[in-house]
Design a binder for this molecule. Structure first.
Ligand code: IPE
Ligand code: MG
Length: 227
């Protein structure tokens, strides 16, 4: 089976999932963020080399301060000592990409600690995109005056270590890209799922990989007939 090298996930639907069971939106975020490690482990077991997850966008600052404050504590929950040990055991390297000057210092310190602690892992790379937006990323890279071509632009972007996205999954029923890895997804296969992120299971991931394996990727050409 042909598996994607790089899966990117727009994890959406935390709030609606919580509301469905009369819980606060923040409860949905907690369960949703806790779901990332299990899915990351499964992705790694499936042989995925890069998993990139969108946990907070440059536009999410438009939410209520209560919700934002809660979301800012997420790295602490996601990357406590136990969780970092879990990632190390699974040889998963964590990288955080996002604006470095707006989130609270403490939030950033948990992300940096997770990166430091897993820096020698050489298995799957789990990229956390937090306070990230494609427009910010491109704007920042464009400040380098020497850029004259698309390739040079890509080389100066914060995600220059990431290969192009093969499979982009968005949970939670919406069908849009929301300023996430736009250039990197130029030829990504898109998969929009109704399931809300906190209820996204390992089986959903396996099904998504299988769906991808049946796609006929042509990159503008006419090659590669499948069955
Ligand atoms: C996604 O869930 C998580 C973040 C954007 C932080 P939402 O919070 O967008 O959940 P819905 O879309 O309101 O259900
Ligand atoms: Mg949403």
């Amino acid at each position: 089976m042909e598996i994607p090298n790089h899966i990117a996930i727009i994890l959406d639907g935390n709030g609606r999932w919580a509301k469905k069971q009369n819980k606060a939106r923040t409860y949905g975020h907690k369960i949703g963020m806790q779901n990332i490690d299990e899915i990351a482990k499964e992705a790694s077991n499936q042989g995925i080399k890069y998993l990139s997850v969108f946990t907070f966008s440059t536009e999410n600052w438009n939410r209520s301060s209560d919700e934002i404050n809660f979301l800012m504590t997420m790295p602490e929950i996601m990357f406590n000592e136990n969780r970092i040990e879990f990632y190390k055991r699974n040889n998963i390297k964590i990288i955080w990409i996002g604006r470095k000057n707006i989130m609270p210092r403490e939030t950033i310190s948990f992300l940096e600690k997770a990166m430091f602690e897993t820096k020698n892992c050489d298995g799957m790379i789990l990229t956390i995109l937090m306070d990230y937006g494609s427009q910010w990323e491109i704007d920042t890279a464009l400040k380098v005056n020497s850029i004259k071509s698309y390739e040079e632009l890509r080389a100066k972007m914060s995600t220059n270590f990431l290969p192009n996205v093969d499979l982009l999954i968005r949970t939670g029923q919406e069908k849009r890209l929301s300023n996430f890895l736009l250039l990197q997804s130029s030829y990504a296969e898109l998969l929009f799922l109704d399931v809300f992120w906190p209820e996204f299971t390992n089986q959903n991931l396996i099904d998504s990989i299988e769906d991808y394996s049946k796609r006929n990727r042509r990159f503008g050409g006419v090659i590669n007939e499948k069955n």
